[in-house]
Design a protein around this ligand. Sequence first.
Ligand SMILES: [Zn+2]
Length: 420
Amino acid sequence: MSPSTRAAVTVNGTSYRWPLRPVVVVCIDGGDPRYLQRYLAEGRIPHIARFVREGFAGVADGSMPSFTCPNNMSIITGTPTARHGISGNFYLDTRTWEPVVMTGPELLRGDTILARFAAAGAKVVSITAKDKLRRQLGKGLDVSQGHVSLSSEHAGRCTLAENGIENVLEYVGMAQPDMYSMELSLLVLEAGLKLLADRRPDLLYLSLTDWVQHKWAPEEADALKFYEKLDDAFGRLAAHDITLALTADHGMSDKSNAAGEPNVIWLQDILDARFGAGETTVICPITDAFVGHHGALGGFVRVWSRGRVTARQIIDAIAGIDGIELALDRETAARLFEMPADREGDVAVIAREHHCIGSSARNHDLAGLAGHRLRTHGGLSEAKVPMIFSRPLNDAYKARAAAVPLKSWQIFDYAINGTV
Ligand SMILES: [Zn+2]
């Protein structure tokens, strides 16, 4: 059957036509629009400049909180956070009062677009930098059927049974990258390119890591070097007669003061001083195993109360702190930012652009910053992301893009249904 006569695939309520050509969606982790704006103006990323000129480019709303896992899950399910349920790396289980890792596939609600297309007979590939994300992105994907799901973190130990591919480093011709390197992201793209050339899958999702953007601002030479390499890879991808769609999971803001020290609000310490130790628990949902580059500090935290302190009292205690943008009760936060109320704290707290929020000073190790200014994300100031397509939008999606705000969780919808 030709692609145009194959049945549409419905995933979580959205209908996707059969892709006319391979659709490759790249999530530039931490890809704040400011990087692209600067390098486009300087003429340093000619392939992306061509997509902007000949295809479509806009700035979209990412999902809140502006963290990696929630946004990758929004993109891959085509739904807001409220629907898929992954609103951070951790939430607090109030039955045990223990933080629960939210990055396992079992907590993801609904199907991924990749898994549904695979079940309908498409060939799909999912490649990401960190293995924790690989497991969620690969939810429901049967790799014994010719699909591929791998992470560059574990590229050296891929197996046919787990990943649908083996000997990845030899196949791609790269060494195993360090967890803190730009090569960890570049391997994702090179593996995607090789699989595109050899197998021409219908859908590819390539998700990078934000180590570069945490470390370097747009004006720093190493950030430019990374984006030039990305641009080169995007040019080679687009040469394969595909629809290429570029977005980001979140942006990135400088959160240090003039002296180069991080502007941190130690919220647990503040709440303990006000209400007593043990009455409230601050959870930083950015925390994961690899936090050397940001010290588990982000622009969004959740506060749970043991019961004696009300949400109102917590909000009042926080409201006047310099650097706080919003402190909202569970229902308001969930409604305003389309987040799942059952995984929300009693209070959600969002920092302003140049501040971040930690729990207790003693719980965060900032040694990994090693003289670098703290750059991180999580708040509203990092929720704007680029949305770029290598092909023009069709009339229906052009009208839609002009009429309603772009949402990054709709990028597969736009790429599959909305491009010519
Ligand atoms: Zn990220």
